[in-house]
Design a protein around this ligand. Structure first.
Ligand SMILES: Cc1ncc(COP(=O)(O)O)c(C=O)c1O
Length: 485
């Protein structure tokens, strides 16, 4: 290990080395079996005599903290683990002592609030649910592990690489592949220069907010809507205004006059599910043109289209360069890849590249090139066809189970795409959050609609089929039915 030792005044050098190594062992930073630097090397690094280090090592060895193996070096002794016989403590390993925190620093209110309600955290109880209808996650079992492993290995085997930092907007091959793929599958009009690769859709919201919205300016979001997008806009200091969604999408008539940016999910409204009607799309574009505002079109899960003809994305209907089309591979591949993208009009793309550079220089290169291979080689399209088959079967199983088990207690909201189905209770007084809690104790995880609303929520549940295999769906819904009032 590269051991850091702070030396005090002369005359205490051996004691300093001794104390600090002992403390590192006791609090678990140095673990049993770990090798200490050779005395000569540590002495050279600390600019002290070798004897200083040697004496400290000898004392620690005599006390049982260290042990030496001839010719092999000096190691932390096995008995010196926290909780072991040397230490007599039961402190968990790996916790370094902290400087005292007297509350001197005050994080900004938005982050203090987020930290307090934990709204951004993955619920710890997900692992406990035997029947997991949580929304937002695809099935990791369906990920093309073998193809991905080969594609990544191919990248890792490339020995010669250009030096320096690659372009912030992402690898040219991936940008070209994304432009082609979204052009074919979603009729998005783009070439590689319009694409900026981001760390998931979430970074796209953050960067677009920074680029397009001055602090204090207004951003309109859907109500109900996707909370992490709202958090991103609030975090950059925007004034976020939730705007009502009806069966056709966001209520354009209710948009604040001064909104600089409108965030929408037109293919599959999050979380209610309805696609934005063509009329509403045209009205929103006309509004944005009149108000000189920008629109973020979050097309997060539209690859999963099960029936009906897809409506044109706002991006391809846009005639004045106001739409920022955001896509992600979090649903089609895995959220842990953290690869998303923006298709930006020429007036925004250069500033967006600059924002990406400022935020994190660029995304990880090997994964981008592996993904480009997967798309270019046809593996991604093949994978999507398979996903569509599997998720279609789950969606149908869910629809049947809802009809059979919940009957007219709920109404299914119309949707033709995505990875979840939303139901609302016929009896508006049903406490959906309490029902979801009761379901969880029966091993069934579902999402109540309430956290997605700014104000009063419709009583309902979002039921995801990304994480649950078809044969478990009916039993999960049967158990859920028993928890409903
Ligand atoms: C509405 C919506 N947008 C975007 C995303 C994807 O986010 P990311 O690409 O940051 O994983 C999700 C994922 O749950 C989502 O539900």
């Amino acid at each position: 290990v590269d051991l850091h030792v702070t030396l005090g005044r002369r005359g205490r050098l051996t004691a300093d080395v001794y104390d600090q190594i002992k403390r590192a062992i006791l609090d678990g930073r140095l673990r049993p079996g770990e090798a200490l630097p050779p005395t000569r090397e540590l002495a050279r690094r600390l600019a002290v005599s070798r004897n200083t280090v040697l004496n400290a090592y000898q004392r620690l060895t005599a006390e049982g903290f260290l042990s030496g193996r001839a010719g092999a070096g000096t190691f932390v002794d096995g008995a010196a683990a926290p909780g072991g016989r040397m230490t007599g403590t039961s402190a968990p390993p790996g916790r370094a002592p902290r400087a005292p925190d007297r509350g001197a620093l005050e994080p900004r209110a938005i982050f203090r609030d987020l930290a307090r309600d934990d709204a951004h955290r993955e619920p710890a109880d997900r692992a406990r649910a035997a029947y997991d209808f949580s929304i937002g996650s695809p099935d990791p079992e369906l990920f093309p592990w073998d193809e991905w492993r080969s594609a990544l290995l191919r990248q890792l085997r490339r020995r010669r690489r250009p030096g320096g930092y690659p372009p912030p907007e992402g690898e040219p091959r991936l940008r070209a592949a994304i432009a082609r793929h979204t052009g074919i599958s979603r009729s998005v009009r783009a070439d590689a220069d319009d694409v900026v690769v981001t760390s998931g859709a979430q970074q796209a919201f953050d960067l677009l907010g920074r680029v397009l919205v001055p602090p204090g300016a207004c951003v309109a979001v859907e109500d109900p809507g996707y909370p992490p997008a709202r958090f991103a806009f609030e975090a950059i200091g925007a004034r976020v205004v939730p705007v009502r969604v009806d069966g056709e999408g966001i209520d354009v008539g209710a948009l604040p006059d001064d909104a600089r940016l409108v965030y929408v999910t037109p293919s599959h409204q999050f979380p209610l599910g309805a696609p934005m009607s063509l009329g509403r799309r045209m009205a929103l574009l006309a509004w944005a043109e009149r108000r000189r505002a920008a629109i973020i079109e979050d097309d997060y899960d539209s690859e999963f289209r099960f029936d009906g003809r897809p409506l044109e994305p706002l991006q391809s209907l846009d005639r004045s360069g106001r739409v920022l089309y955001v896509g992600t591979f979090s649903k089609t591949l895995l959220p842990t890849l953290r690869i998303g993208f923006v298709v930006a009009p020429p007036s925004v793309a250069p500033a967006l590249r600059a924002a990406k550079l400022v935020a994190d220089s660029h995304g990880a290169v090997d994964a981008q090139l592996a993904l480009a291979d997967l798309i270019d080689g046809g593996g991604f399209a093949r994978h999507l066809r398979r996903l569509l088959r599997v998720y279609r079967a789950r969606r149908e199983a869910l629809a049947e189970a809802i009809t059979r088990r919940l009957g007219d207690r709920v109404a299914v909201l119309p949707a033709s795409a995505g990875l979840h189905t939303t139901v609302v209770f016929a009896d508006r007084r049903v406490a959906a959050a309490a029902a979801a809690r009761a379901a969880l104790s029966a091993g069934v995880r579902v999402d109540p609609l309430q956290p997605f609303y700014a104000g009063r929520a419709r009583a309902g549940l979002a039921l995801g089929y990304g994480m649950i295999a078809a044969p478990k769906i009916d039993e999960g819904i049967r158990l859920l039915a028993r928890c409903l009032p």
